[in-house]
Design a protein around this ligand. Structure first.
Ligand SMILES: NC(=O)c1ccc[n+]([C@@H]2O[C@H](COP(=O)([O-])OP(=O)(O)OC[C@H]3O[C@@H](n4cnc5c(N)ncnc54)[C@H](OP(=O)(O)O)[C@@H]3O)[C@@H](O)[C@H]2O)c1
Length: 260
């Protein structure tokens, strides 16, 4: 039986990846901060799918906690076949703000940890000559809407670079670029999302299923749903001033929504 480790596997997209992998018969290791929720989700998945589910309470902004997860990925006695670097959150703080801590937290969890865990998983997977590393980026990385866009652009670029490094090893890296997905992401960040048209919202289970199908096909970039494939292609062909104009309009709508 194969084993997958999913960071942020207790909510939203991470929980959807965990469910999809459980349906495929993977044993799971779920990583998040909230221990009660980890236990609850693990019991439910183990009960429904007859799989083994391990939990690791870890704050992925804390280097010691991250090292503990990296050690689990490196353990040759209990190999991990698939890693989903999913844990993340919105960083809406402007670059001009004096308190830099939200930026630190964002880059620690969504850049440093993603690269560090990808490396740890990649080292042990290449020794076995097989494995999959799935990093959750975002369509937000194709626009220019603050630190969050910059972070997600990093995840896409880092994963493509990793795929180049892993070429020919039997280990695969995939960046997933979802559009807007209904999860706890927006409410946790105090974003109502009322300015986002209904048809642009995606279902987390659909995104996870499509992304894992792309992983099985060996894709390095996965953009779930036709809607967002079209958005991705458009953003990549537009001149950069047009991309910045769109970014200003969407950021403006979000600011007006927050004031209302
Ligand atoms: N929702 C969207 O529209 C959307 C679109 C594109 C990409 N994404 C990306 O998808 C990923 C998952 O987001 P989501 O929408 O599913 O959000 P979510 O429902 O809020 O889930 C976030 C998960 O990450 C965990 N997490 C957050 N901070 C953590 C930390 N410091 N250490 C360990 N675990 C942490 C949370 O558990 P604990 O709080 O218990 O730690 C939770 O399990 C993120 O990388 C996000 O950027 C989301």
């Amino acid at each position: 039986m194969l084993t997958a480790l999913v960071t942020g596997g207790t909510s939203g997209l991470g929980a959807a990846f965990a469910r999809s992998l459980a349906r495929k018969g993977f044993n799971l290791i779920l990583v998040a901060r909230n221990e009660d929720r980890l236990r609850e989700v693990a019991e439910q998945l183990a009960g429904e799918h007859g799989i083994h589910v391990e939990t690791m309470a870890a704050d992925l902004a804390d280097r010691e906690h991250v090292d503990r997860v990296a050690q689990r990925l490196a353990d040759p006695t209990q190999p991990v076949d698939l890693l989903v670097n999913n844990a993340g959150f919105s960083v809406g703080t402007p670059f001009l703000t004096e308190d830099f801590s939200p930026h630190d937290m964002g880059t620690d969890v969504m850049c440093r940890t993603v690269a560090l865990l990808s490396g740890a998983a990649g080292r042990s997977m290449t020794q076995r000559g097989t494995g999959w590393i799935v990093n959750i980026a975002s369509i937000a990385g194709c626009v220019t809407m603050g630190e969050y866009s910059a972070i997600k652009a990093y995840v896409t670029s880092m994963t493509e670079s990793l795929a180049v490094e892993l070429h020919g090893t039997g280990v695969q890296a995939t960046a997933v670029l979802p559009g807007w997905v209904r999860t706890e992401f927006h409410s946790r960040a105090g974003i109502a999302g009322s300015s986002i048209p209904n048809f642009m919202w995606l279902n987390a289970d659909q995104v996870a299923d499509e992304a894992l199908a792309d992983v099985a096909r060996g894709k390095v970039l996965s953009i779930p749903t036709l809607r967002y494939k079209a958005v991705y292609a458009t953003l990549h062909h537009l001149p950069r001033p047009a991309v910045r104009w769109i970014s200003r309009q969407v950021s403006g709508a979000r600011k007006r929504e927050q004031k209302a």
